[in-house]
Design a binder for this molecule. Structure first.
Ligand code: SF4
Length: 469
């Protein structure tokens, strides 16, 4: 049995941020090469701290869904997942045994050599008859003077594409470091120019910054009076959203696995879900969800919608449908913490037992595993001081928070959450497995609370500022 875990950044504010990782997970599930494909996030759930607990097998491959190496792939992800590794990840990845699971952590997909083919595919979409006689290619990276790894991958791809002979010229240009993208009219001579943004997704840079810096007005822009004569620019979509990225992810996973063996079902995980299903077969309330067994299937709905005729609710029939319907509140706000009491109403899901597991995983990520571990006295709590000490970058500031500040923020944020703060010494005697619906443990402060404490320390909380990510 084998599990694939895709790691994304996620966001506390913007629900779209996780979308690309969801789409790749679905594509990879469709290929059927792994028994399960799970998503994990820095700013959403399951969090980097939780995601390994949610995997069903003892053989796990973790792939950071990032376009380049850097702070997240080298520092944040390995630290938060407890991989015992910091710094550049060697080719072939890092392997560790964590709590009986073999975990392989790979380089981000963006640095895999197969991304050269994705750039080529994007270039041909934008200009199908690109030719070595009259077409130049610009591989456009973000670049940053802080991490040379981020530009290295752009140069490597440009070199490979130059050697391939598909184009008259190939240039590596950047938004944030030299050679800058604005210099293109001086350096590019060919009359036709394809620009491929080496970016993870469509966003501010691809939609605004790049067109502005290059003077583009659409997917095709003519420049009649350039130093090297008239030129036409064909603007491609970013590489990170191409479906072929799913193949790159599979290459990475296979290379990391090498001659590794086949894993087994993880016993603690299986016991947690068997316990859950046993309770579910008799009817169960979990958090705000009412779960009712019905003739071999299960119906889920918001408990406040109990008794409403099915015809008055939107009926969902897939775990993904449940995920998408419950990722925003009734007011349309993003829900980065699923156990906040903001579950939207107005829906019901009818699912078989296998889909029920996945739907509950989406509704309340890691809750079944952590609650079961708590009921077995096996859930480790992490006190605030330890969580704070681990933080780096912009979050290192939370180490300055006084206990009173942390408690003040937690009182406000966590009072809206179903979980009980074991990390702050609160006690949880009965859980939803004992039929107390709101009995859910919180083993350590989530990133949402950490971000709020940072705002408090910065004096910005409550002043109408959202937190920085
Ligand atoms: S830290 Fe607070 S808001 Fe975050 S999961 Fe725990 S109880 Fe909920």
């Amino acid at each position: 049995m084998r599990s694939l875990v895709l790691i994304g950044h996620g966001s506390h504010l913007n629900g779209e941020s996780a979308g690309a990782v969801y789409r790749y997970a679905e594509l990879l599930r469709g290929r059927g090469l792994f028994d399960e494909v799970i998503e994990g996030y820095w700013k959403e759930e399951p969090s980097l701290r939780q995601v390994l607990k949610t995997t069903a097998s003892t053989d796990i491959t973790v792939i950071p869904m990032f376009i380049s190496e850097g702070y997240f792939t080298e520092t944040v992800i390995p630290r938060e997942m407890g991989l015992g590794h910091q710094g550049p990840v060697p080719e072939g990845g890092v392997a560790r045994v964590i709590g009986g699971r073999t975990v392989r952590y790979t380089l981000p997909y963006g640095v895999h050599p197969a991304m050269t083919d994705v750039i080529l595919a994007r270039a041909h979409e934008a200009l199908p008859d690109a030719s070595p006689q009259d077409t130049a290619l610009i591989v456009l990276g973000h670049g940053t003077t802080r991490n040379e790894n981020s530009s290295r991958v752009i140069y490597q791809n440009a070199d490979r594409l130059r050697d391939s002979g598909h184009f008259a010229e190939v240039h590596a240009l950047f938004l944030d470091e030299d050679p800058k993208v604005g210099t293109w009219p001086e350096v590019v001579k060919a009359p036709r120019v394809v620009v491929v943004p080496f970016f993870a997704s469509e966003g501010w840079h691809t939609l605004e910054t790049i067109p502005e810096d290059m003077g583009l007005t659409g997917t095709v822009t003519a420049f009649p009076d350039h130093p090297h004569g008239p030129q036409q620019v064909f603007y491609a979509k970013p590489v990170g959203t191409h479906a072929a990225v799913a193949d790159v992810v599979l290459h990475l996973a296979e290379e990391a696995r090498g001659a590794g063996g086949q894993g087994d079902p993880e016993r603690g995980h299986e016991a947690a879900w068997q316990t859950f299903l046993e309770r579910a077969r008799a009817g169960l309330r979990v958090g705000e969800v009412l779960l009712t067994p019905e003739l071999g299937v299960f119906e889920l709905r918001h408990m406040l919608d109990e008794g409403l005729p099915g015809g008055e609710l939107v009926t969902l029939v897939t775990p993904e449908g449940v995920r998408d319907r419950t990722r925003v509140t009734d007011g349309g706000d993003h829900r980065p913490v699923h156990t906040l009491r903001t579950l939207p109403r107005g829906w019901r899901a009818v699912l078989n037992e296998a889909d029920l597991r996945r739907a509950v995983h989406y509704l309340y990520p890691a809750v079944v595993e952590e609650t079961y571990a708590h009921s077995c006295h096996a859930l480790r709590h992490t006190p605030w001081a330890t969580t704070a000490r681990r933080q780096t970058g912009i979050y290192a500031k939370v180490q300055k928070a006084t206990p009173a500040q942390v408690e003040h923020v937690a009182q406000e944020v966590c009072s809206g959450c179903l979980r009980t703060r074991l990390w702050a010494g609160e006690r949880l005697t009965f859980t939803f497995l004992d039929r107390v619906p709101g009995g859910l443990p919180c083993a350590e402060a989530c990133t949402f609370l950490v971000a709020e404490v940072r705002e408090e320390v910065s004096g910005k909380r409550g002043a109408g500022h959202g937190h920085s990510h």
